[in-house]
Ligand binder design. Structure first.
Ligand code: MN3
Length: 205
């Protein structure tokens, strides 16, 4: 019984929103089997080990992230909890047969805040390509304004008072098996073939 009670308090790995081969030929099942099955799973496992028998056991993922974001003594908890959140958000930022320009409310807001969809694309590619080392590029809502941002390692918009709408993982493990060192090609493929604007618009609220 004690085991069952403890499991209720654990952070779990959410299912991928599509099959591991659903993003092929752009992102292969081989990449997803490692990226989701090994990397994402490892962040979940590490986090559960780190919060076990601490006051954060049983907290929601967002509560754990915010409780550790500004506390240097909890860097390991922050890194692993934020990476659990970031990866779930990233899987949902893509879909089979995605890509291209958004429509409707989000398209209008992108035009209003960036000048055009092309200007957004330019900013997003620039952010992803210039994030030095590991990290993420984001479309966020900052107050009432859409912005493109980049974060290093596990860092994420909610730690900066921003609302995430969309993300791309630019850690090498996200693209190296399929694109080797060609990070800009991976970002272009994400935007042209994979991006899930329905998810981003839902996050806009
Ligand atoms: Mn990753």
């Amino acid at each position: 019984m004690q085991t069952a009670r403890k499991e209720e308090n654990m952070i779990t790995l959410p299912p991928l929103p599509y099959a591991q081969n659903a993003l092929e030929p752009h992102i292969t099942a081989n990449t997803l089997s490692f990226h989701y099955g090994k990397h994402h799973q490892a962040y979940v496992t590490n986090l559960n080990n780190l919060i076990k028998d601490t006051p954060l056991a049983g907290a929601t993922l967002e509560e754990i992230i915010m409780a550790s974001a500004k506390d240097a003594s909890k860097a390991g908890i922050f890194n692993n909890s934020a990476q659990v959140w970031n990866h779930t958000f990233y899987w949902n930022s893509m879909k089979p047969n995605g890509g291209g320009a958004p429509k409707g409310k989000l398209a209008d807001k992108i035009t209003k805040d960036f000048g055009s969809y092309e200007k957004f694309v330019e900013a997003f590619k620039q952010a992803g390509a210039t994030q030095f080392g590991s990290g993420w590029a984001w479309l966020v809502l900052d107050g009432d304004t859409l912005k493109v941002t980049k974060t290093g390692n596990a860092d994420l918009p909610m730690a900066h008072g921003q609302k995430a709408l969309l993300t791309i993982d630019v850690w090498e493990h996200a693209y190296y098996l399929d694109f080797q060192n060609r990070r800009p090609d991976y970002i272009t493929t994400f935007l042209d073939k994979l991006v899930n604007w329905d998810f981003a618009e839902k996050n806009l609220g």
